[in-house]
Design a protein around this ligand. Structure first.
Ligand SMILES: O=C(O)CCC(=O)C(=O)O
Ligand SMILES: [Fe+2]
Length: 248
């Protein structure tokens, strides 16, 4: 096949093995500037005036302005998601999340994380993406993930397939440690520049982390679901082959 593929074979194979893929400098400066403007406008403060920053949150229920400017619609991501899902993955949403500085605290690696899709209603999806609007240094509120943990979650759901609707969260002695590939070694901080992107499999264990630096960690999130997400037969199926509904 001679058709253009945005990701190389090596990148695809890294994604399949480790459940994540970092794409440096993927997003253009104009998009980053536009997001910075709209988010500071919504917060009614600015990077230069820390005394007026909220202590936490600030973007609950955020709607991108205009809606097409959401990360999930960014033209640099669309062909990549097309390559991975063959057209079956559709934009699902995702909001910005800020980790405001907490400089009086001491930084710690989160003990374990979670997988998404269970924050309220069960919303299964295929793949997520995270980017930052400003560079994030170590201890600066990085997105944390456990490389390879998508295989752990897959094995868990193969053995407990009726629990994929979220009932696993209510089983006796449940702990998210079950989903970390190796809770002892801890996760990996996504230390990155503004506009770098990490793509992550929906089964990849991840979490937020404390920001003890002086600048807010502003991250944008995006998720894509399968166009058959609403069909019960699809929702409850745990394929032996983790990549059954992918084209990779
Ligand atoms: O803020 C972060 O880095 C992670 C947030 C997260 O995992 C979530 O909202 O599900
Ligand atoms: Fe999450």
């Amino acid at each position: 096949m001679a058709s253009y593929a945005p990701l190389s074979n090596n990148q695809v194979s890294h994604f399949k093995t480790f459940g994540f893929l970092i794409l440096e400098n993927l997003l253009d400066q104009a998009s980053i500037d536009h997001w910075r403007q709209q988010i500071w406008r919504e917060l009614e403060t600015s990077l230069e005036t820390p005394e007026t920053w909220p202590k936490q949150g600030g973007l609950d229920g955020y709607q991108y302005d205009p809606p097409e400017s959401a990360l999930v619609h960014h033209p640099a991501l669309t062909p990549i998601i097309q390559q991975l899902g063959g057209g079956a993955f559709v934009p699902s949403g995702g909001i910005p999340i800020i980790r405001w500085p907490e400089q009086d605290k001491s930084w710690q690696m989160p003990q374990s994380g979670h997988i998404d899709a269970y924050g309220g209603r069960w919303l299964p999806f295929m793949i997520g993406a995270t980017t930052y609007l400003y560079d994030v240094e170590p201890s600066g509120g990085a997105f944390i993930f456990w490389p390879g943990s998508h295989h752990t979650a897959h094995r868990y759901f193969l053995e407990n397939s009726t629990h994929v609707d979220g009932s696993f969260l209510r089983t006796k002695n449940f702990s998210w440690n079950l989903f970390c590939d190796n809770p002892e070694t801890g996760g990996k901080e996504f230390v990155a520049r503004a506009g770098d992107v990490v793509l992550w499999h929906s089964y990849l264990t991840h979490d937020g982390s404390m920001n003890i630096n002086d600048s807010p960690r502003i991250a944008l999130f995006a998720r894509w679901h399968h166009h058959r997400r609403r069909a019960p037969a699809f929702r409850y199926e745990i394929p032996e082959d983790l990549w059954k509904y992918w084209v990779i």
